[in-house]
Design a binder for this molecule. Structure first.
Ligand SMILES: Nc1ncnc2c1ncn2[C@@H]1O[C@H](COP(=O)(O)OP(=O)(O)O)[C@@H](O)[C@H]1O
Ligand SMILES: [Mg+2]
Length: 266
């Protein structure tokens, strides 16, 4: 576990007895989960179990049916609009689809949050964009269009945009979906370096076992709307937390057995 995790400090964000519904259908049922400063937390569970829904509540896109979400010590929906807007700017989000503007260069794409939320002069914006593209190892692609990039490069460009306002907290929804294993591994390495280098707290919604093993300080496992486990992955496996063991066991069998747990170092 990283030395960057500040165990004693207050959580950066909290879901408190969160219930989420679409219409009459309950998706999350009394979920309480803290996000600790400096950690990489992986939220996992089967497809359709509510991972994206939980993320949307953390980032303030959805309002809880009951219970609450605290962000940076304040109830999301108890603050006024300007306060919420300020909090939003301290959160980076890497959406599942990436969502870069296809007709714009990477420079323009990455500059969008700066254009929207700051009054910085163009020359400063350009410098920040260059720095962020450097941090994701895309220095040479600054004037390229998304269609001229590989899937892994597009994902890194979207990541540069997600961190361009220097967020305290970064949410990534299935970042390695659709990437081949080496590209996915490189992306994990990048997430680890962002945490180590910039101190960003990172929440990754994922069901990619290899990725979880490489990056997670802690996992939160959702099953049938409930949070059934939160803590280190190894502890869940050692203690035989059944859905977690089954989840990892099934995936291991699928991939021909990857039993050994090796934390991944940058
Ligand atoms: N906007 C929506 N309206 C109605 N149902 C939804 C909506 N978004 C997601 N769902 C349903 O809620 C459940 C949880 O979805 P989601 O949070 O996207 O799961 P996950 O990210 O774990 O795959 C799924 O059954 C999904 O079909
Ligand atoms: Mg999802």
């Amino acid at each position: 576990m990283s030395a960057a995790i500040e165990k004693s400090s207050a959580p950066l964000a909290r879901a408190i007895d969160l219930t989420a519904k679409y219409g009459e259908r309950t998706i999350l049922d009394g979920v309480s989960l803290d996000i600790k400063k400096g950690e990489i937390l992986c939220i996992l569970g089967g497809s359709g179990c509510g991972k994206t829904t939980l993320l949307k509540h953390y980032i303030g896109l959805l309002k809880p049916s009951s219970g609450s979400i605290e962000m940076f010590g304040k109830d999301w929906w108890g603050q006024d609009e300007p306060e919420r807007e300020l909090a939003q700017q301290k959160i980076g989000v890497l959406f599942q689809a990436g969502a870069l503007l296809g007709s714009k260069t990477l420079a323009t794409n990455v500059a969008i949050p700066l254009e929207m939320h700051t009054n910085l002069p163009d020359i400063v914006i350009e410098r920040i964009v260059r720095l962020k593209l450097h941090q994701v190892d895309l220095d040479d692609a600054i004037n390229r269009l998304p269609s001229e990039l590989s899937g892994g490069m597009r994902k890194r460009a979207a990541l540069a945009r997600a961190i361009v306002l220097d967020p305290d907290l970064l949410f990534c929804d299935e970042p390695s979906a659709g990437l081949d294993p080496p590209t996915s591994q490189a992306l994990d390495k990048l997430l680890l370096s962002l945490r180590e280098g910039l101190g960003i707290t990172i929440v990754v919604v994922t069901h990619e076992i290899a990725s979880i093993k490489r990056i997670a300080d802690r996992i939160a496992f959702l099953d049938k709307g409930k949070l059934i486990y939160e803590g280190p992955l190894q502890k869940a496996l050692d203690e035989g937390v059944k859905p977690v063991v089954e989840f990892f066991g099934a995936e291991d069998k699928l991939k021909g057995g990857e039993k050994e747990f090796k934390p991944f170092k940058v």
